[in-house]
Design a protein around this ligand. Structure first.
Ligand SMILES: *[C@@H]1O[C@H](CO)[C@@H](O)[C@H](O)[C@H]1NC(C)=O
Ligand SMILES: *[C@@H]1O[C@H](CO)[C@@H](O)[C@H](O)[C@H]1NC(C)=O
Length: 424
């Protein structure tokens, strides 16, 4: 036990965490972050408020930057003090997101941008090249995922093939992307592993090793008919002689039929129950069926092994570039480091230190709103009762007391449920 503890201590101490960027959004934050001009001339660019929001663990420490107003493109970026070169190193990107508006549709992801001129960042927007795009994206129930897009050495943006669900509540959550030099990765939400694996497997960095042979053709004699006509089945003799209709034997010539005026009477025709239409043989399963033909797999001439897909271009900027239908997301505690242990401790010291108090405050606010709504409802009901009382005095007619009490309690249960849903 002791030896293990010592070993852990020794190695943590031996590894010096390199912190490339750490942003807690204190009062000086505006010196480091700026919005871009993208969409501004069209009046479609949003702004950022410095706030901890309505619920938080610590009024000062939990201040972050919040999107506002609705239906805007929000951009903001900061320069990292030095270039980040992740060759042979871990890279950890981490930040917290609080969708205080109860997100219905909008992004909550961060971007890491390769080295370029600061001038270029003035127009930072949807078309700006990035190396990492990471974080939650929500649109209704159809999209509730953690984006993890990495750029490859050809500049393509590759989305992970592994689906990871993001948080959809109104509390603060920490998202962490950890890339390792052995080409593996982890995605954490609130310091818990949400996904991990091999970069080569979960992103299409490489073309597939094998493909279907594009030259291959289905052989002429390949029988892929599942059913065939039964060669044994023969048309019964006389089948074609069966008439489609027969004379209605029950029909009688009407009493008042006049051959001279109405013509010669003929009994009407009825469909013949023995007539089965044109003959066709029975179908049977084809004994020669070989299955559906598939082209054989061959080695893909386009395949090329790319050894170090974890390696990103040199990085210089972090930024948020988002479209939000409903604004109100608060971002905080942005971290770029080469040390996953440091990132975990940082998340503990920020989100971890605040989460319980934040939850308490959130619940207290939710309860207060519910109580206020209930008080308002009662008030309105009392007013209705009073009005009804007056009416009753006039016509002396009203529902029995018990029935009213019963229907009132049913309504109030339903309303409470609705409120609970609205709060969630
Ligand atoms: C990659 O490196 C990490 C961290 O050192 C280690 O935990 C993991 O087992 C390694 N994975 C592979 C496939 O080598
Ligand atoms: C973070 O907090 C968790 C839960 O308290 C703890 O288990 C973990 O060791 C902490 N990690 C670090 C790096 O401090």
């Amino acid at each position: 036990m002791k030896a293990v503890a010592w070993l852990a201590l020794c190695c943590v101490a031996a590894v010096q965490a390199k912190v490339y960027f750490e942003e807690k959004f204190d009062d000086k934050w505006a010196d480091r972050w700026q919005s871009s001009d993208w969409k501004r001339d069209k009046g479609e660019a949003g702004d950022w408020q410095h706030t901890a929001g309505e619920w938080y663990g610590d009024a000062e420490a939990d201040k972050g930057i919040q999107t506002s107003p609705d239906h805007r493109f929000h951009t903001i970026w900061a320069e990292m003090p030095e270039e980040v070169d992740n060759t042979g190193k871990d890279l950890v990107v981490q930040f917290s997101v609080k969708h205080a508006q109860k997100m219905d549709c909008g992004g909550g992801y961060i971007k890491l941008i390769p080295t370029s001129s600061k001038d270029q960042m003035k127009t930072f927007g949807g078309e700006t090249r990035y190396a990492i795009m990471f974080g939650p994206d929500i649109c209704g129930f159809s999209t509730q995922k953690v984006h993890a897009i990495l750029t490859d050495n050809k500049g393509r943006n590759l989305e992970t093939k592994k689906a990871t669900t993001c948080k959809t509540d109104e509390l603060t959550h920490v998202y962490t992307l950890h890339l390792m030099p052995n080409n593996t990765y982890r995605i954490l939400i609130d310091n818990e592993e949400a996904a991990k694996g091999a970069l080569h497997e979960d992103w299409d960095f490489e073309a597939p090793k094998q493909i279907k042979d594009p030259e291959a053709k289905k052989p002429e004699d390949w029988d892929d008919r599942i059913m065939i006509e039964d060669p044994e089945d023969k048309k019964p003799e006389g089948y074609d002689d069966i008439p489609a209709t027969i004379v209605d034997a029950e029909a009688k010539r009407p009493e008042d039929w006049d051959d001279e005026e109405d013509g010669v009477w003929e009994a009407p025709q009825l469909p013949n129950p023995d007539f089965k239409g044109p003959w066709s043989p029975n179908k049977i399963t084809n004994p020669a069926y070989k299955g559906a033909w598939e082209a054989p797999m061959i080695d893909n001439p386009e395949y090329e092994h790319i050894p170090n897909v974890y390696k990103l271009p040199l990085l210089k900027f972090v930024g948020f570039e988002l479209w939000q239908v409903k604004s109100g997301t608060i971002f905080d505690n942005v971290l770029v480091t080469d040390d996953a242990h440091y990132a975990e401790a940082f998340a503990n010291a920020t989100w971890g230190a605040s989460k319980e108090k934040e939850m308490e405050m959130f619940n207290a606010i939710a309860k207060k709103k519910a109580d206020e709504a209930e008080a308002k409802r009662k008030e309105e009901e009392a007013a209705r009762e009073a009005a009804k009382g007056e009416e009753k005095d006039e016509d002396g007619d009203s529902l029995p007391q018990d029935f009213e009490a019963l229907s009132r309690s049913v309504i109030s249960d339903e309303e409470e449920e609705d409120e609970a849903h609205a709060e969630l």
